[in-house]
Design a protein around this ligand. Structure first.
Ligand code: HPA
Ligand code: ZN
Length: 351
């Protein structure tokens, strides 16, 4: 089954490029760029990995995540980071990904937004030409910063938004103290710049179902990142199902940030039964101890889905993607091929 899950064509929709910064890249980049890490920061890769296994909650993780972003300075740093992720994800069976980046975590330190976008875009181009992975960039605003900072970020990204280099807008960072309604002006501004930009937001990770409803109502998003707390609101679940709104679920992240104690507690079967589409994603794999295939395997270990259910999950992820229909059709054909290749073996084993 793991062989089938590896080959199953995957789309990742919830991946923070800055969250792919492995400790064994963090320390060399800190040295290369003369960045002084805080005195109480773990001193070795082993110590840092150990600390990463003990996050108390989202904020505890974010405190480390933002220290990590400080070591990214030059265009090549952004390129190296993203390219390492694409290569790693390729071996997990990734075909398409829509990846987040957090410009304010860099511009607040005096790094030009163009440096960040150019480094990441160069890695995206190489992923397409050398690995056959299609990509789209999602610019996230940090919700712990005021909306004026978000508006200024949108203004400095105007050209990238207008020409589609930035394909979508997202919203991340500490959720509960910063509800979606604080960012209405940012979401309407990007639509004025490019009416075809896509919109998403983190909601319902630590925040309750109202954060999801308000993201849909007030920010006009068509996708929800995390969204697992939606299951506590039947009207919302019906709405997500009726509109086929994709939830980008991150199983290992939810465990590591103490949102649930175990992957088995995630409401994945409930979402399937209610016909709410979701994809499975790694969020910040360097911090949460697993890339996309690890997340698929963790879910399979707990839920033991049939090959047809897995095919449905994979198809839902494609259909919820923002790539061109021709690309979707290509990936859908490959899903069918992989399912037909593995079905006789898996059915023989389970008979
Ligand atoms: N939630 C909110 N903000 C984030 C996350 C997350 O999972 N990862 C990086 N920034
Ligand atoms: Zn996230």
């Amino acid at each position: 089954m793991e062989c089938f899950l590896r080959e199953l064509p995957k789309c990742e929709h919830h991946l923070h490029l800055e969250g792919t910064l492995e400790p064994d890249l963090l320390f060399p980049l800190a040295s290369r760029n003369n960045i002084q890490l805080p005195d109480n920061f773990p001193k070795t890769v082993e110590e840092l990995n150990k600390r990463y296994s003990q996050f108390a909650d989202l904020q505890d993780f974010l405190d480390f995540y933002y220290i990590g972003t400080n070591v990214l300075v030059q265009e090549d740093d952004f390129f190296d980071l993203a390219w390492a992720y694409f290569q790693r994800a390729k071996s997990d069976g990734l075909w398409h990904c829509e990846v987040f980046f957090d410009p304010q975590s860099h511009t607040e330190r005096g790094i030009d937004l163009d440096v960040v976008v150019k480094g990441f875009q160069r890695a995206c181009d190489k992923a397409q030409s050398e690995l056959g992975i299609t990509t789209q960039l999602i610019m996230c605003l940090l919700r712990h910063l005021p909306s004026q900072s978000g508006l200024a970020t949108i203004e400095s990204a105007r050209e990238h938004i207008a020409n589609g280099t930035i394909h979508a807008l997202g919203l991340d960072s500490a959720e509960k103290p910063f509800p979606p309604q604080l960012f209405c002006d940012c979401y309407s501004r990007v639509k004025e710049i490019n009416p075809s930009i896509q919109l998403t937001a983190h909601a319902g990770e630590e925040g309750d179902a109202d954060f999801v409803t308000n993201s849909l109502n007030l920010l006009n998003v068509t996708r929800i990142d995390h969204g697992i707390n939606s299951v506590h609101d039947d009207i919302l679940i019906k709405r997500l199902s009726d509109n086929q709104t994709l939830l980008t679920v991150c199983p290992l992240s939810n465990v590591k940030l103490q949102v649930v104690k175990d992957v088995s507690e995630l409401p994945l079967q409930k979402l399937l039964d209610a016909n709410v589409p979701f994809s499975l994603n790694s969020d910040d794999p360097a911090y949460f101890g697993g890339y996309i295939l690890d997340n698929y395997v963790a879910v399979h270990t707990r839920f033991g889905w049939s090959i047809d259910t897995w095919a449905q999950v994979a198809v839902n992820a494609i259909n919820g993607s923002w790539c061109h229909q021709d690309r979707k059709d290509e990936i859908l054909r490959e899903i069918a091929n992989v399912v037909e290749k593995h079905r006789p073996i898996i059915e023989k084993i389970s008979a």
